[in-house]
Design a protein around this ligand. Structure first.
Ligand SMILES: Nc1ncnc2c1ncn2[C@@H]1O[C@H](COP(=O)(O)OP(=O)(O)OP(=O)(O)O)[C@@H](O)[C@H]1O
Ligand SMILES: [Mg+2]
Length: 263
């Protein structure tokens, strides 16, 4: 089954194209890493697949139907979290929200079976013991895993993750990347993950798409992640360094710190 199929897809805001003429196919069960500089159209593409944005031309099909007919199958974790942290919700309540909002109701009391499922999903993301802790008091990596758990509550077949690693330190990035790997292996969920730092995700990416207001490259990581392609988007300072059969990417958005100096 094809999870996402786009043909000559052009996405517009008030008639102005933000992302033009994109054609690709993502098979179910695969993980796609979506790369591109600021303003490239990454969030725009995710929102359109999720049916949050509907102004486009060309063909877009999600599980072989129009995006808005596939909403039940999609989990979406937005880029900057809109969760109001002044409301003192526990981690378990945040996760459980993913199981009640979907039905279109605001519940004043969360049903017991939703709580039970939320506990299991928290366990799955490696946070079994923290259900009672306040969400706002968790570490960045823990928060991101709680938000992943919330998205998993509806058993999505396609997960759209907008920069799940941004604003995390390297060890938290690895933590979240491990959970994404587990979701892929154990649940077989198709994922599209946007990221500025591709390196922690290279192990789980079956495909890489590079965009910059249009499609620059799409294919297996070793096809897309070449010095030439990366430099064409991120400029001459960007490079791909081969390390023991794998690659390490340095783009303009990502810096290695050495002795406090950016290089
Ligand atoms: N609601 C909107 N109305 C009008 N233009 C928009 C809207 N949202 C995004 N855009 C424009 O569409 C283009 C793509 O934006 P988008 O947010 O998809 O980029 P991005 O690749 O996600 O960038 P970033 O890495 O900064 O998150 C930008 O030029 C942006 O200004
Ligand atoms: Mg974005």
């Amino acid at each position: 089954m094809k999870a996402v199929e786009a043909e000559n897809l052009t996405i517009l805001y008030s008639g102005q194209p933000a992302l033009s003429d994109v054609t690709f196919t993502l098979e179910e069960g695969k993980t796609l890493l979506l790369l591109g500089p600021n303003g490239a159209g990454k969030t725009t593409l995710l929102k359109t697949i999720a049916c949050f944005h509907r102004e486009y031309t060309g063909e877009l099909r999600v599980f072989e139907r129009p995006p808005c007919e596939a909403r039940e199958l999609i989990g979406y974790v937005p880029q900057s979290q809109s969760l109001n942290e002044r409301v003192p919700l526990t981690a378990l309540e945040v996760v459980a929200m993913g199981g009640v909002y979907r039905k279109g109701f605001v519940h004043f009391r969360i049903p017991g079976e939703v709580i039970e499922k939320a506990e299991k999903v928290l366990e799955f993301v490696g946070l079994g013991g923290i259900g009672d802790r306040l969400f706002r008091e968790l570490s960045g990596g823990q928060k991101q895993r709680v938000l992943l758990a919330r998205a998993l509550m509806s058993d999505p077949r396609l997960l759209l993750l907008d920069e799940p690693l941004s604003a995390l330190d390297p060890s938290a990035r690895a933590e979240v990347a491990n959970v994404l790997d587990k979701i892929k292996r154990e649940k077989g969920v198709t994922m599209i993950i946007t990221t500025h730092d591709i390196n922690p995700l290279l192990e789980i990416g079956d495909l890489v798409m590079l965009i910059n207001r249009r499609l620059i490259a799409f294919g297996r990581p070793e096809e897309v992640l070449t010095d030439e392609v990366i430099k064409s988007v991120y400029g001459p300072m960007a490079k791909v360094i081969p390390v023991g059969g794998k690659v390490y990417c340095i783009t303009g958005d990502f810096h290695i710190h050495r002795g406090g100096e950016k290089i």
